[in-house]
Design a protein around this ligand. Structure first.
Ligand SMILES: Cc1cc2nc3c(=O)[nH]c(=O)nc-3n(C[C@H](O)[C@H](O)[C@H](O)COP(=O)(O)OP(=O)(O)OC[C@H]3O[C@@H](n4cnc5c(N)ncnc54)[C@H](O)[C@@H]3O)c2cc1C
Length: 420
C-alpha cells in the first residue's frame, strides 16, 4: 500500500495500456486511480488476437498500398476496407497514412517499435506474480505460413529488416510446419517460425489480472465516463465525469481509440483514427492448435485461447460510431476453416474492436507539450498487447522525471505539429 502522503496519478482508460501504466506507477511509489466507463479490459483489449510478438514491428502502411485503395473501396469483406460513407471524414488521415508507405518509413518505424517491444516479456513478468504470468503468457513461438515461394519472397525484405533488428525469423518447410501444427491445411508449404514470440491465453484475463494487482496494491479503479478536463494555468485540475468532478494532481491519458477528443482538450491535437478489427472465437474447435499462426495473405492471426480458438484481424476504416459489419467476422470464420480443414465451426462468437491508430503506425508515449504533470499513452494500433507493459514502464519514468531507457522521440506528441 502506498503511504497516505504518496503523490497521486489519475489514469484515464483501463485497457492494457492504462492498467500497465497504473502498475508501473505504483512501483514508482505513486498512488493511482484508474477511471474507465467500462470494467477493466472491456474496450479493444478485450478481444484481440493476443499475440505477444516483439517482432511484430512493421507498420500498417506498406509500399505499394496506394494502388490498392480502389480495391479497399470496392470489397467490403477484403483484408482492408473503407466504408464509402466514411471516406470524406477519413481522407486527410488516409493521405497522411499513405505518405508513410515507403521503405524508409517502414525501416524507421520498425526500429522504433523493436526498441519499444523487445523487453515485453520481462516487462509483463515484472508486474504480475510469477504464477499469474506463467498462466497467462506463453512463449512458444509464432508461425507465419505461406502457400508458395513467390508469396514468401514478397515478404523477403521485411524478414531481412526484422532479422537486422535482432528478431529470429527461421524459414521452415512443409514437414516442419506439420510437426509444429498438424491441424494446418497441407497447402501451406513454407513458413517462418519466430521462436522468441508468444501469446496470451486471454487478453481480457491479462488486463483483469493486472487491474487486480493494481487494486491489491492499494490502487482505485473507478467506473465513470470522462466528459471533460478542467485545466488551471498549465496543469490539469479535475476530470468532469458521469460520477461527478474528480480532482487530479497528475494525469495519464490512455483511452485507446477514444483519446483524440481528450487530447485536444488537453491542448494537443493528434490525427488519431480507428482501424476496426473483428474476431471469431470457436468455443469447441475440436482440433489441436498449439501457438499463434499468421496467414499473411489474408491478414489474420489464429490463436488457441482459454475461451476457444480465436481468429482475428483485418482492417475496416469506418470510424468509432458505425455499426459493426459482422459479415466480416463470417468471412474470418471461412478463412479459419480454410486454414484448418477439421475445425468445428459451431459455437462461434463474434466481436469487433477499435484499434487506436496514428498515420505513422507509432503510438504517442510522451509528456503533454502543453500541460505539466500530464502524459499521453495511446495509439498502440495493432500491437497494444505487445507494447502495453513497456509503455507502462516508460510512462512511469516520464512522470517520475527520470530519463527513459530508450529513445522515445519517435513516439513524440509533437510530431504532428498541431496544438490548440
Ligand atoms: C481484431 C484485433 C486483433 C488484435 N490483435 C492484437 C494482437 O494479437 N496483439 C497485440 O498486441 N495487439 C492486438 N490488437 C491491438 C490491441 O488490441 C490494441 O492495441 C490495444 O487493445 C489497445 O489498448 P488500449 O489500452 O490503448 O485501448 P483499450 O483497450 O480500448 O482501452 C481504452 C479504454 O479507455 C476507455 N475510455 C475511452 N474513453 C473514455 C472516457 N472518455 N471515459 C472513460 N473511459 C474511457 C475505454 O472504455 C477503454 O476501456 C488487436 C486489435 C484488434 C481489434
Amino acid at each position: 500500500m502506498p503511504p497516505e502522503s504518496s503523490p497521486h496519478v489519475t489514469i484515464i482508460g483501463a485497457g492494457i495500456v492504462g492498467v500497465c501504466c497504473a502498475a508501473y506507477l505504483q512501483r514508482e511509489g505513486y498512488a493511482v486511480t484508474v477511471v474507465d466507463r467500462l470494467e477493466p479490459g472491456n474496450g479493444t483489449s478485450f478481444g484481440n488476437a493476443g499475440s505477444v510478438s516483439p517482432s511484430a514491428v512493421l507498420p500498417v502502411a506498406m509500399p505499394g498500398m496506394l494502388e490498392k485503395v480502389p480495391g479497399w473501396l470496392m470489397d467490403p469483406l477484403g483484408p482492408l476496407t473503407i466504408r464509402w460513407s466514411y471516406l470524406p471524414s477519413i481522407m486527410p488521415w488516409l493521405i497522411r497514412f499513405l505518405r508513410h508507405a515507403t521503405r524508409e518509413e517502414v525501416a524507421r518505424v520498425a526500429a522504433a517499435m523493436r526498441s519499444l517491444m523487445e523487453t515485453v516479456f520481462d516487462d509483463y513478468e515484472a508486474i504480475l506474480d510469477g504464477g499469474t504470468f506463467r498462466s497467462l503468457i506463453r512463449r512458444n513461438g509464432c508461425l507465419y505460413v505461406y502457400e508458395n515461394r513467390g508469396e514468401l519472397e514478397k515478404a523477403g525484405w521485411t524478414l531481412e529488416l526484422r532479422r537486422r533488428l535482432g528478431a529470429r525469423m527461421d524459414e521452415i518447410g512443409g514437414t516442419e510446419i506439420r510437426q509444429l501444427e498438424p491441424a494446418l491445411n497441407r497447402r501451406f508449404e513454407l513458413g517462418i517460425f519466430a521462436p522468441e514470440n508468444g501469446s496470451t491465453v486471454d487478453p481480457h484475463e491479462l488486463v483483469k489480472a493486472i487491474a487486480g494487482q493494481v487494486r491489491a496494491n492499494g490502487g482505485r479503479i473507478v467506473r465513470a465516463d470522462v466528459t471533460d478536463v478542467e485545466i488551471e494555468g498549465d496543469a490539469p485540475k479535475a476530470l468532469v465525469t458521469s460520477q461527478g468532478r474528480m480532482p487530479v494532481d497528475r494525469l495519464v491519458l490512455a483511452a485507446g481509440a477514444w483519446s483524440g477528443n481528450l487530447a485536444r482538450r488537453l491542448g494537443t491535437s493528434v490525427p488519431l483514427e480507428t482501424q476496426r478489427g473483428y474476431h471469431v472465437t470457436f468455443a469447441d474447435p475440436g482440433i489441436d492448435v498449439r501457438r499463434t499462426v499468421m496467414w499473411n495473405r489474408r491478414s489474420v492471426f489464429v490463436n488457441p485461447m482459454t475461451p476457444g480458438l480465436r481468429i482475428a484481424g483485418t482492417v475496416e476504416l469506418a470510424g468509432l460510431k458505425a455499426e459493426p459489419n459482422y459479415a466480416r467476422a463470417d468471412r474470418l470464420a471461412e478463412i479459419a476453416a480454410e486454414m484448418f480443414p477439421e475445425l468445428n465451426t459451431r459455437q462461434a462468437s463474434k466481436w469487433m474492436g477499435h484499434r487506436p491508430c496514428l498515420p505513422d503506425s507509432l503510438p504517442v508515449i510522451d509528456r503533454s507539450p502543453r500541460l505539466r504533470n500530464t502524459v499521453f499513452a495511446f495509439g498502440h494500433q495493432h500491437v497494444g498487447i505487445c507494447s502495453g507493459a513497456p509503455t507502462g514502464r516508460h510512462v512511469a519514468a516520464l512522470l517520475a522525471g527520470r530519463p527513459p531507457s530508450i529513445d522515445l522521440s519517435p513516439f513524440s506528441a509533437r510530431r504532428f505539429g498541431f496544438f490548440t
